[in-house]
Design a protein around this ligand. Structure first.
Ligand code: FE2
Length: 371
């Protein structure tokens, strides 16, 4: 999903009109649609600690863009680094086959791979391990689709769905953005501001995908509508049909949460990736406006912000390792202080209630800081 981006506040052009509400990392509105970005507003946002904001693609004018770092393949899509997945990744073969099928726009092939993924993740014993393998370092529509397929399947598994429903979620995840493969790569991979016209073209991918899936008799109606409706918002502000609440297919509501989460946590050619905790805060801030509450609850039960084994730093500088994620509040896991080896429950330990996780340490040399 290319529509939501994070941009440094200083990148937004002074004097430009903002065409969407701008949100802070916890989902509260920092600047209303229609306002002109001024130096004073910028300073005010920075004074309250906001130096990155979430915007929809093409809705703010940005200062000159940095050159794209990721090379493109023959289809004009960013090259994936699926090959860099660890060799023991259970779905390695399926990801490679899925990538080929999607790039060939082969709906039957992609659907078969999705069925294989659905079968494997239901019998592997620990879907959490597979989810861990999806973290970070992936690029492009194709990998986004594969990741979304696994995440959607995980929600089905963790919430006790029937196997045939899990399979539909995985297939829907795999094929939901198929319409994007028909969008001009110049627009699809454009870094920086999309023109209004380009943005309108980008938005056609939902309906185009639906039409392509309708042309294929082997695809269920449910999967077709997952592609058609995965950008509809719970409050009727989404696209293409501005459907509301229960007008939106249940599976499309689940896919909407997963789609946004995956797009925001993964590294793409046009943006930095966000901390899962930041994304989780954003997603929770969108309770009932963008997302269906029941779908959100299922998502939060399935995908913790911080996972067992993650290295994190707390706001007081303490370096910790996550021992267990917290199913009630995934931003406050059980951790161990790596210096003193003290076990800290960030959810219940009274001495630590004012402290938060501020950094996820990916590797010793690569630290992503929160705002
Ligand atoms: Fe999409």
């Amino acid at each position: 999903m290319a529509e939501i981006r994070i941009v440094p506040i200083r990148k937004i052009k002074i004097g430009s009109r903002v065409l969407c509400d701008i949100y802070s990392k916890n989902g509260s509105v920092m600047l209303r649609r229609g306002n002109i970005m001024t130096e004073a507003i910028m300073e005010k946002l920075e004074s309250v600690g906001v130096n990155r904001v979430l915007v929809e693609a093409g809705t703010v004018e940005l200062e000159d863009d940095e050159p794209r770092k990721t090379p493109l393949n023959n289809d004009g899509l960013p090259t994936d680094n699926i090959a860099q997945y660890r060799d023991d990744f259970l779905l390695k073969k399926e990801f490679e086959q899925g990538k080929d099928a999607l790039l060939d726009k082969d709906i039957d092939g992609a659907q078969d791979v999705a069925k294989g993924i659905a079968g494997k993740i239901q019998t592997s014993g620990s879907i959490k391990k597979e989810l861990d393998e999806l973290k970070y370092g992936t690029e492009g529509v194709v990998t986004h689709s594969l990741n979304t397929a696994v995440l959607a399947g995980a929600i089905g598994i963790e919430n006790g769905f029937a196997p045939k429903d899990i399979e539909q979620l995985v297939i829907g995840g795999m094929l939901h953005d198929i319409g994007k493969l028909y969008i001009d790569p110049e627009i699809l991979n454009k870094k920086g501001r999309l023109t209004e016209k380009e943005y309108e073209i980008m938005k056609t991918h939902a309906e185009e995908g639906y039409k392509k899936l309708c042309d294929n008799k082997g695809v269920t109606q449910k999967v077709r509508f997952m592609a058609f409706q995965h950008h509809e918002n719970n409050d009727g502000t989404g696209y293409p049909k501005r459907l509301k609440g229960e007008q939106i297919l249940w599976e499309a509501r689940i896919l909407h949460v997963v789609d946004v989460y995956e797009a925001m946590t993964a590294k793409r050619c046009y943006k930095d990736h966000l901390l899962p905790g930041d994304v989780m805060e954003f997603v929770m801030g969108k309770y009932s406006t963008m997302f269906d509450i029941k779908a959100m609850d299922m998502f939060l039960r399935t995908i913790p912000a911080y996972r067992k084994g993650d290295l994190v730093r707390l706001s007081d500088g303490t370096r910790c390792q996550v021992l267990e994620s917290n199913p009630i509040n995934s931003l406050r896991p059980l951790v161990v202080d790596l210096k003193t080896m003290k076990v800290i429950d960030l959810y219940t330990d009274r001495d630590y209630l004012s402290r938060t996780v501020t950094e996820l340490i990916l590797k010793e040399e690569e630290v992503v800081k929160t705002q």
